[in-house]
Write a protein that binds this ligand. Structure first.
Ligand code: SF4
Length: 168
Protein backbone atom coordinates (compact mmCIF):
# COMPACT_ATOMS: atom_id res chain seq x y z
CA UNK A 1 0.00 0.00 0.00
CA UNK A 2 1.27 3.46 -0.83
CA UNK A 3 2.44 5.55 2.10
CA UNK A 4 0.54 8.81 2.35
CA UNK A 5 2.41 12.04 2.98
CA UNK A 6 0.31 15.03 3.96
CA UNK A 7 0.93 18.26 2.12
CA UNK A 8 -1.22 21.13 1.00
CA UNK A 9 -1.68 23.39 -2.00
CA UNK A 10 0.81 26.10 -1.18
CA UNK A 11 -0.20 28.31 -4.07
CA UNK A 12 -3.95 28.33 -3.62
CA UNK A 13 -3.94 32.08 -3.45
CA UNK A 14 -1.96 32.36 -6.66
CA UNK A 15 -3.11 33.62 -10.04
CA UNK A 16 -5.94 31.69 -11.66
CA UNK A 17 -5.40 32.97 -15.19
CA UNK A 18 -4.81 29.59 -16.81
CA UNK A 19 -1.16 30.23 -17.62
CA UNK A 20 1.78 28.03 -16.70
CA UNK A 21 2.01 30.07 -13.51
CA UNK A 22 -1.37 28.88 -12.31
CA UNK A 23 -1.62 25.34 -13.75
CA UNK A 24 -5.38 25.72 -13.95
CA UNK A 25 -5.76 25.66 -17.73
CA UNK A 26 -7.51 22.71 -19.34
CA UNK A 27 -4.32 21.38 -20.96
CA UNK A 28 -2.40 21.29 -17.68
CA UNK A 29 -5.32 19.78 -15.81
CA UNK A 30 -5.72 17.06 -18.42
CA UNK A 31 -2.01 16.26 -18.27
CA UNK A 32 -1.97 16.12 -14.46
CA UNK A 33 -4.94 13.75 -14.46
CA UNK A 34 -3.56 11.55 -17.24
CA UNK A 35 0.24 11.42 -17.22
CA UNK A 36 2.51 13.32 -14.78
CA UNK A 37 5.49 15.14 -16.23
CA UNK A 38 9.00 13.73 -15.85
CA UNK A 39 11.58 15.18 -13.49
CA UNK A 40 15.14 16.01 -14.45
CA UNK A 41 17.86 15.07 -11.94
CA UNK A 42 18.09 18.41 -10.19
CA UNK A 43 14.33 18.43 -9.56
CA UNK A 44 14.73 15.58 -7.08
CA UNK A 45 16.58 17.57 -4.41
CA UNK A 46 14.40 20.63 -5.00
CA UNK A 47 11.14 18.74 -4.49
CA UNK A 48 12.50 16.78 -1.53
CA UNK A 49 13.64 20.00 0.18
CA UNK A 50 10.32 21.71 -0.57
CA UNK A 51 8.41 18.87 1.11
CA UNK A 52 10.90 18.45 3.94
CA UNK A 53 11.68 14.87 2.92
CA UNK A 54 14.87 12.97 2.23
CA UNK A 55 15.38 11.86 -1.36
CA UNK A 56 14.70 8.28 -0.26
CA UNK A 57 11.43 9.28 1.45
CA UNK A 58 10.36 11.27 -1.60
CA UNK A 59 11.06 8.36 -3.92
CA UNK A 60 9.46 5.70 -1.74
CA UNK A 61 6.29 7.73 -1.06
CA UNK A 62 5.68 9.98 -4.04
CA UNK A 63 7.78 9.07 -7.11
CA UNK A 64 8.07 6.15 -9.50
CA UNK A 65 10.55 5.08 -12.14
CA UNK A 66 9.28 5.49 -15.66
CA UNK A 67 11.01 4.00 -18.68
CA UNK A 68 11.93 5.46 -22.06
CA UNK A 69 12.27 2.47 -24.37
CA UNK A 70 15.03 3.34 -26.80
CA UNK A 71 16.29 1.44 -29.83
CA UNK A 72 19.56 0.57 -28.16
CA UNK A 73 18.67 0.63 -24.48
CA UNK A 74 16.02 1.62 -22.00
CA UNK A 75 16.49 4.82 -20.01
CA UNK A 76 15.09 5.05 -16.51
CA UNK A 77 13.57 8.40 -15.53
CA UNK A 78 11.73 9.63 -12.44
CA UNK A 79 8.11 10.71 -12.47
CA UNK A 80 5.55 11.69 -9.85
CA UNK A 81 3.66 8.58 -8.77
CA UNK A 82 0.18 7.84 -10.05
CA UNK A 83 -2.65 7.57 -7.55
CA UNK A 84 -3.48 3.89 -7.94
CA UNK A 85 0.17 2.76 -8.17
CA UNK A 86 2.53 2.07 -5.31
CA UNK A 87 5.34 4.63 -5.25
CA UNK A 88 9.00 3.64 -5.12
CA UNK A 89 8.89 1.12 -7.96
CA UNK A 90 8.94 0.90 -11.74
CA UNK A 91 5.80 1.79 -13.69
CA UNK A 92 4.35 -1.18 -15.49
CA UNK A 93 3.34 -0.55 -19.10
CA UNK A 94 -0.20 -1.69 -18.28
CA UNK A 95 -0.46 0.98 -15.57
CA UNK A 96 1.27 3.69 -17.49
CA UNK A 97 -1.23 6.50 -17.08
CA UNK A 98 -3.21 7.96 -14.23
CA UNK A 99 -3.71 10.88 -11.93
CA UNK A 100 -0.60 12.52 -10.43
CA UNK A 101 -0.27 12.19 -6.65
CA UNK A 102 0.66 15.87 -6.42
CA UNK A 103 -2.67 16.97 -7.89
CA UNK A 104 -4.71 18.08 -4.88
CA UNK A 105 -8.11 19.74 -5.23
CA UNK A 106 -7.37 20.40 -8.87
CA UNK A 107 -4.06 22.17 -8.25
CA UNK A 108 -0.42 21.16 -8.27
CA UNK A 109 0.66 20.93 -4.64
CA UNK A 110 4.32 21.40 -5.60
CA UNK A 111 3.72 24.15 -8.13
CA UNK A 112 6.80 26.17 -7.14
CA UNK A 113 9.10 23.21 -7.71
CA UNK A 114 7.13 21.08 -10.16
CA UNK A 115 9.03 18.74 -12.50
CA UNK A 116 10.81 19.98 -15.60
CA UNK A 117 8.33 18.48 -18.04
CA UNK A 118 5.39 20.02 -16.16
CA UNK A 119 7.08 23.43 -16.33
CA UNK A 120 7.82 23.20 -20.02
CA UNK A 121 5.39 20.90 -21.74
CA UNK A 122 2.42 23.09 -22.59
CA UNK A 123 3.33 26.73 -22.27
CA UNK A 124 6.80 26.98 -23.79
CA UNK A 125 7.62 27.23 -27.49
CA UNK A 126 9.90 24.19 -27.27
CA UNK A 127 7.63 22.41 -24.81
CA UNK A 128 6.87 19.53 -27.13
CA UNK A 129 10.46 18.36 -26.69
CA UNK A 130 10.29 18.42 -22.90
CA UNK A 131 9.69 14.66 -22.59
CA UNK A 132 12.78 13.85 -24.66
CA UNK A 133 14.86 16.53 -22.92
CA UNK A 134 13.95 15.06 -19.54
CA UNK A 135 14.88 11.58 -20.77
CA UNK A 136 18.26 12.81 -22.03
CA UNK A 137 18.94 14.49 -18.71
CA UNK A 138 18.73 11.05 -17.04
CA UNK A 139 20.65 9.13 -19.67
CA UNK A 140 24.17 9.35 -18.22
CA UNK A 141 25.61 6.35 -16.42
CA UNK A 142 25.77 8.40 -13.20
CA UNK A 143 22.07 9.25 -13.19
CA UNK A 144 21.00 5.76 -14.24
CA UNK A 145 23.06 4.42 -11.34
CA UNK A 146 21.34 6.85 -8.98
CA UNK A 147 17.92 5.48 -9.98
CA UNK A 148 19.06 1.86 -9.75
CA UNK A 149 20.50 2.57 -6.28
CA UNK A 150 17.21 4.12 -5.14
CA UNK A 151 15.30 1.08 -6.40
CA UNK A 152 17.72 -1.30 -4.66
CA UNK A 153 17.44 0.65 -1.42
CA UNK A 154 13.64 0.62 -1.42
CA UNK A 155 13.54 -3.02 -2.44
CA UNK A 156 15.85 -3.93 0.45
CA UNK A 157 13.72 -1.96 2.91
CA UNK A 158 10.51 -3.62 1.75
CA UNK A 159 11.88 -7.14 1.54
CA UNK A 160 10.26 -9.29 4.25
CA UNK A 161 12.60 -10.26 7.05
CA UNK A 162 13.76 -13.88 6.73
CA UNK A 163 13.24 -14.18 10.51
CA UNK A 164 9.64 -13.01 10.47
CA UNK A 165 7.51 -15.15 12.74
CA UNK A 166 10.44 -17.14 14.06
CA UNK A 167 11.29 -17.28 17.74
CA UNK A 168 14.92 -16.25 18.14
S1 SF4 B 1 3.66 17.53 -10.55
FE1 SF4 B 1 2.07 19.07 -10.56
S2 SF4 B 1 2.05 19.90 -12.66
FE2 SF4 B 1 3.16 17.95 -12.71
S3 SF4 B 1 1.63 16.41 -13.25
FE3 SF4 B 1 1.74 16.48 -11.02
S4 SF4 B 1 0.14 17.92 -10.40
FE4 SF4 B 1 0.55 18.26 -12.58
Amino acid sequence: MRTKVAFSNSHKGGRMSGTRDSCTCARCQAQCAHKPGWLIPRDVDRIAAYLGLSVEQLFSCLLVVDVWSGRRRDIYTLSPAIEHIEAGGVLEVSAYTGRCVFLVNGLCSIHEVKPYECRRAFHEKDGRNAHAVAMLAWSSRRHQTTIHDLLDEIHALRRPSPFKGEVL
